[in-house]
Write a protein that binds this ligand. Sequence first.
Ligand SMILES: [Zn+2]
Length: 473
Amino acid sequence: MYPSLGFNRSLGWLANLVVLIIIITNPQPGAAQTSTRVKWADDRYKVDILLVVAHPDDEGAATPYLARAVDEGKRVAVAYGTRGSSGENQAGAEQAAALGEIREIEARRACLTLGIDKVWFLGGKDTASQDVLQSLANWGHGATLENLVRIVRITRPEVILTFLPGTFIGEDHGDHQAAGVLATEAFDLAGDPTVFSEQVAAPLRRLEPYLENLRPWQPKKIYYFPDGDKEEIFRDKGPRYSVTEISKSAKKAYWRMALDSFLKHETQAKGFIASLSKMDDSQIEKMATSDGFWSNGIGFVRGKSLVGGSVTGDVFEGIAPGAISFARPDASPEPSAPEVSVELAGPWSFYAEFRRAHGLTHLPHPEPPEIAQQAEGTFVIPLWLRNQTAEAREFSLSVSLPAGWTTQNGMVKLKVEAKQTGAARMEILLPALTETGAKKPEAQEIQIRGESNGQVVGDVKILVELRKRALPE
Ligand SMILES: [Zn+2]
C-alpha cells in the first residue's frame, strides 16, 4: 500500500518516542504549563467569493465582475458541477469523457488568467435538458451537495455567486439551474453542524482517515445571475457593474480580461477565436460591450443577505471580516391549498416549494410560467392531481391550445383515491416553426382546465415560445 513503508514505520517509531518523552517530561499537576496552539484551518484556501456554476465556460457569466473583485483584493474560488464532457469539440477529435478531461484543464487555465487557482469539479455529468430535476438526478444530488458543502467549509466564502434557480425562456439549462439549487442549499446548510457532521467532527486519531475537522461556515450573502433572455424581471433586483472600466492591476478593461479568460476554452471557442482574428480592436470592443455579451454591464439578483445592505448596493456592502452565526433559513408558511386541485408539477412545483423553503419567495419568476420549446416536437406538461377529500374523485382535464397545436390526449378522465395525489401528463404536439422573417415568434399560451364534480379545480397556464433549437447542450 505504501511504497515507503519502512520509512513511514521508522517515522512512526520516532513519533511514538516523542510522545513517550512528552509523557515522561510532562510537568507535575500544579506546575506552570504552557499551552500548545491547536491546528487551525488553512488560510490559503479562505476566499471572499465562491462562484458555483455548471460547466467549463459558465464562469464567463461572472468573469467581468470577478476581474474587478480580484483587482480589489478579493480572493475567489470556482466550483464547476461537471467537466463539460458533452458538446462539440472545436479543437480536436476527443469527445465525451475524453473531452471532459481536456475541458477541466481549459477551465483551470481560464480561471488562472484572472489569478484564480482554487478550482473544483463536483463530479456531475452533463445533462441535455431544461429540467433541473433531471440534472440533479444525473449529477447525484446528495453526493454533489455533500461535496459542495465541503468546499464551502474549506473556502469559507463571504459571498456565493451562482445561477438563478428557476425556469425561464432562454438557454434555461437544467445544469445551470442545478448549480443554483445546490449553491443555495449549501448556503443554507454549510453552517449547520448537524449537516454532513462527519465533515465537522474532530479527529480521533493522529492521522484521522474519516473525520474531516472542518468547521461549519455560514456565508453572508448569495447573489444570482439569470439564465433567461428577458432582462426586465431581473432589473434592479441587485447590483450592476460596468465592464468598461480599466483594471488597475492589469491595465485592461474588465470586459477584455473576461474575453481573454474565455479564449482559453479552445474546445468550445476555436471558431469564435478565428472570427476574432478577422476583427479589429474597436469591433471586438463593440461586440463585447454594446452588441452582445455584456452590453448592459454585468448584473446580479440579490438572493439573501444575512448582514443587511441594500438590494442594489455593492456585493460586499455590509460584510465585515469574521464568522457569523448559522442562520436557519426563514421558510415561508405553506400556502393554504384547496382540498381538490390540479397544478403544474415538475420543476414548476419544485421551484415554488424551493423558494418557500429557502426564504426566497422574492426571487423573480415569470407568471404565468414560461418555457422555450423546440418546434416541431412534443412538449410534455407534468401535473399534480390533488385529492385531500375522504372520497375518491374523478378529474377531467381539457386543454386549449394556440392554432395548429394539437394534443393526442383530448379530454382526459382520471380517478384519484381519497387523500392521494396523482401524477398526470399532458402531451402537446408542437407544429413546425413557420418563417416569420427576422421577427421572433411570440410566446403563446397553453391552458389546461381541471374539473371535478362539475367544478373547476385548476386552470394551469404556461407560456411557450417555439424555437428551432431549444434543447440545451
Ligand atoms: Zn453551461
